[in-house]
Design a protein. Structure first.
Length: 171
């Protein structure tokens, strides 16, 4: 019985070829546009690794110092956050990090611009990072003030692919 329904539908579609083409094209085009819009919205507003738990986070981005005749505003630095915001009540896990800065590495007399962010050990446990080799900054590294760098795959490719010495110049 289902086979007969498909036969009849196919014969009707063959009778009105232009109408069939317009209908199928319009339906296909509409679906493609909807899929693209949904993909753009998802990539813009949806959580992406490593920041998959953004619905459970709070951010402190600015600080302001006010006096009777003056006011100074700016980004909240790591030390300010560490001294004033550490130990908030009801917090499951807390981490502080700075906004992205720039660092310039020199390899074989070529300058390589990199993004730099200072963090603490909890940052790497809260977010979902995949490590190609090695591991994250630990609490022990933080306590001992060890100079640890966690680098991305693209930075590893830029810095360690070929031979040559390099040094870091922080801004």
């Amino acid at each position: 019985m289902l086979r007969n329904y498909f036969k009849i539908a196919f014969k009707v579609l063959l009778r009105r070829k232009f109408f069939t083409f317009v209908s199928l094209f319009a339906i296909s085009f509409t679906l493609v546009v909807l899929m693209v819009v949904v993909a753009l919205v998802d990539s813009t507003f949806g959580p992406q690794a490593p920041e998959t738990r953004l619905d459970r986070t709070i951010g402190i981005f600015g600080a302001q110092l006010r006096g009777p005749e003056s006011r100074i505003s700016g980004l909240a630095g790591y030390r300010l956050l560490d001294t004033c915001a550490r130990g908030l009540p009801g917090v499951e896990a807390e981490s502080f990090f700075t906004s992205f800065g720039t660092a310039t590495c020199f390899k074989d007399d070529a300058a390589i611009k990199l993004s730099l962010r200072r963090t603490d050990g909890a940052y790497w446990r809260i977010l979902d990072f995949d490590y190609l080799e090695g591991g994250p900054l630990t609490d022990e590294d933080e306590r001992n003030a060890n100079m640890v760098a966690v680098i991305s795959a693209s930075t590893r490719q830029k810095l360690f692919d070929g031979a040559g010495r390099w040094k870091v110049d922080r801004h």
